[in-house]
Design a protein around this ligand. Structure first.
Ligand code: DAH
Length: 345
């Protein structure tokens, strides 16, 4: 018996002195002392040789011994866990991987800039449907029934006119939104209408079957052509910088009288002459004019009391001049190499 007690004591000393720094060392401890063939089991096996009257006392000693061995294992495991945390291979103080966020489409960027410039002049934003009826797209805008712009060549018809129903089409210009606004609002009216328009064109670098316009409409008492010029001059200066030059050329639109197209000095070659301005130094950016009295009358606005100006311009054209995008197809090809260039704009 004495011998067994001495053995237990020496094993307990050994246990107390055990250090284990790695998982393997802790596992070796477990196997040595607590495994199926471990020392604890072996000592327990000695119980059968203990005389009956000492069994109780000895049982308690053995139990305490087992608990000592088990508690040591827990201590070793806990120390290992702490050590893992300290030696963690992830440095939580490092900045994270950047999350790649998308970019705004260049046409949206430019449209937003255009909208914000006109908002500063007091224009509100109005929108209308892309699928329009004949009246809002053409009739109300003073386009006579036989006007060439109504030709099937230019217009995508969704439904032909029947006896009782007007034709339905994809709007060919955002001037249709003018009609929608005048239908529901009384002067003073001051709106811009950004939106997508459609024309039956063969797709090439210079033409597309859909593109974007920003339409403007201002109706009030005493609105003059001088107001039109100054508004548009302010717009291009804000858009392209103070050095930009403008010129107006007389033109024709059914919905305005008089009508004018506005050119700006070429932003690509600074007026020296290049492919974009066809070596003239000028590029056309918009159509405009004083709202035709017939258009006002169509909406019960008295042309003797009210006058107004209107203009319409292409967002693609402004974007081309601002960012030198020379192929219209790039806007709808979804090529990331193109789109990502507008990240920092
Ligand atoms: N609607 C014309 C177009 O699609 C642009 C335009 C010209 C709009 C003159 C206007 C305007 O409001 O007054 O080409």
């Amino acid at each position: 018996m004495e011998q067994l007690l001495a053995q237990i004591e020496s094993i307990q000393k050994e246990i107390a002195a055990t250090v284990a720094k790695t998982t393997a060392e802790v596992e070796a401890y477990r196997i040595k002392y607590l495994g199926t063939k471990g020392l604890v089991k072996q000592i327990m096996g000695e119980m059968k040789n203990v005389p009956v009257e000492q069994k109780k006392e000895f049982g308690q000693i053995l139990n305490a011994f087992k608990i000592v061995a088990e508690e040591k294992l827990e201590v070793l495991l806990a120390a290992l866990g702490e050590q893992d945390e300290n030696n963690a291979t992830i440095d939580t103080t490092l900045p994270g991987d950047p999350i790649s966020v998308g970019t705004r489409h260049p046409l949206n960027l430019v449209r937003n800039q255009m909208v914000s410039i006109f908002k500063r002049l007091g224009f509100a934003v109005a929108e209308g449907p892309e699928v329009e009826d004949d009246w809002h797209n053409f009739g109300a805008m003073n386009l006579p029934a036989d006007h060439p712009a109504r030709d099937m060549q230019d217009t995508f018809y969704v439904q032909e006119a029947t006896e009782n129903n007007s034709a339905w089409l994809l709007r060919t210009h955002t001037s249709s939104v003018q009609a929608r606004v005048m239908e529901t609002q009384k002067p003073p009216i001051r709106v811009i209408c950004p939106g997508r328009v459609y024309r039956n064109e063969t797709i090439s670098a210079r033409a597309h079957c859909f593109f974007h316009q920003v339409e403007g409409l201002y109706i009030d008492e005493n609105v003059s052509f001088a107001d039109l010029k100054q508004t548009l001059y302010f717009f291009v200066q804000e858009m392209f910088g103070k050095e930009v030059k403008v010129r107006f050329r007389p033109s024709y639109f059914p919905f305005t009288e008089p009508s004018a197209e506005m050119d700006i000095s070429c932003q690509i070659c600074a007026g020296k002459g290049c492919n974009i301005c066809k070596h003239t130094g000028w590029v056309e950016i918009l159509g405009s004019g004083m709202v035709h009295p017939n258009v006002l009358k169509n909406f019960g606005i008295d042309p003797e009391k009210y006058t107004g100006f209107a203009f319409g311009m292409g967002v693609e054209r402004i974007t081309q001049l601002k960012y030198q995008v020379n192929d219209l197809r790039l806007y709808s090809q979804n090529d990331l190499r193109f789109l990502q260039q507008f990240k920092s704009v």
